[in-house]
Each structure stands twice: as C-alpha cells, then as structure tokens.
Ligand binder design. Sequence first.
Ligand code: HEM
Length: 268
Amino acid sequence: MPKLKLPVPPMPGRPAPKRPGKTYGPQTPREHGREAGTSAIGWIDERTSLSGGARWMMFRKVPKGTNWFYTLGSATMFAFLAQAVTGVFLAMYYDPSATGAYDSIRNINNEVFLGEFVHGMHKWGSSVMVILVFLHMGRTFFFGAYKYPRELNWVIGVVLLILTMTMSFTGYLLPFDQRSYWATIVGVNINGTGPFVGPYLSDFLRAGPDFGATTLSRFYAIHMMLVPGAIAALMGFHLYLVAKLGTTAPPWLRAKSPEKLREEKVAR
Ligand code: HEM
C-alpha cells in the first residue's frame, strides 16, 4: 500500500494556522493602541502602494567600497531640512519691512522663547550647508560621478549649488543691520557688472533702480519661497536619478576581468 505523505510542518517563525472559533488580531484597547501605527501605514499603503516606491528608493544595491564620503549628499539634505524647519519658526516672528525687520530680529533674540537658539541654528546652519555641499561636490568630482550616465545629475547638482549660494546671499540681508545692508549693496553691485544679464539681474534683486524698501520684500520672497521650492523640487529629481542610476564605485576599485567573472560563474 502506498504510504500517505505527511503534512508539511509549519515553518519556524511563521504564524500558526487559524483555528475555527478563535478570534484573532488585537482585542484589548492596549493591543489596538500598540498596532495603531502599523494599521495606519497599512491603510495608506493599501490605497496608494507607496511602500513599493519607498522600498525601491531605500533597498538599493550599493557598490563595494561605499564609505563615509557617500554620506555627504544626505548630510547636505539634512542641513537643508534643518534650515527649512528653523526658517518656518523664524518666519512666525520676522517682519520683512524696512522699518520693522531689525527690531523683529532683536525681539527674536531677546524675548521669544528659544528665539536666539533657533536663530543661531539657522545662521550657523547656512554655513554648514554651504560647506557640506562643496564637500559633496568634491566627492562626486574625485570619484568621477559626473561621467556617463550621471552627467544630468551633475548639472542638476550645479544648479543646486547656485541655489544654495542664492539662499545665503538673500538671507544675509534679512537682519537689516548696518553690515547686512552695506554688504548686500556691494553684492548686488557686483552682480550688476556681469556680462549681458548682470544689469537686469541687479535690477531684479533691488526691485527697481535703487536700493529701497521693496528690496527687502524681494529678498525675503526669494529667500523663503522661490529658492527653497526650487531646491526641494530639484533635490527630489537628484535623488530619483541617484536611485535609478545607482552610485559610482570608488575609483580605487578595479572591475574584475571578464575571464575572472566567467570562472566564478562556472564554479558556481
Ligand atoms: C542641495 C544640494 C545637494 C543635495 C541635497 C545632494 C544630495 C545628494 C545625495 C543624497 C546623493 C546620493 C548620496 C551621495 O552620493 O552622497 C547625491 C549624489 C550625487 N550628487 Fe548631489 N546633492 C547636492 C548637490 C550636488 C552638487 C552641487 C553636485 C555637483 C555639482 C552634485 C552631484 C551629485 C552626483 C554626480 C551624484 C551621484 C553620485 C554617484 O553616483 O556616486 N550634487 N547627491
């Protein structure tokens, strides 16, 4: 008589099969509370399938030899996010008018709860972001990441660099003290000496032929809406290309010769 096959035992780690008559899932309010986060994410994912995109973005293969230098891009992004968060809190108390700007900054520093701390984070954070973006550019340059097929990502990076410098330049005027006022006049005049577009650019920055009350509003709008929006959009595209193309291997790693690869394949 042929032997009957034994049922396959449950795999270790797998949940036991459901038994009829027994209730499953969270029962008590405490259990419901514990699972609330997972259920909420599951609810959103069931309707958007966003987890597929997140997995595609985060669980990528990275080349051998990936090291700390590869964290400079993410560090720049973190610096930008910190600037965005502290900037929102500063905007709640800042007055972008020629008569009120200086006093509103004094108020932030002297009266507002944690105002000096947040203002300091924003001020020093801008230098941190500029240093990080240059280090990141240096890393991508020395690792040859500007070559095919990443040329477009390099060009987007150059635009991001210009936008980062624009953020520093436009932010410098906002305290509206003697130093920021005169330094910005110098900066705008230097812009005006540029070929062809220079005079138009300085007129645009001044919001007219003279440095006046509207100049501050112009700088404020550029600093907190126009440029951060452009940086956020370009950063998204920059990261999409990084995930799509993968990162460059460090230049000191040599590719294996085709024979060696074939040998390995045959051995396997
Ligand atoms: C706001 C500024 C920037 C942010 C937030 C940013 C962010 C990033 C991140 C997170 C990566 C992937 C990880 C890494 O390689 O570090 C990356 C890669 C890259 N970035 Fe940037 N980046 C910025 C500016 C720049 C600049 C100024 C350049 C060059 C002019 C540049 C060129 C590149 C290139 C070519 C890659 C691909 C690297 C590779 O394949 O190995 N980025 N960026």
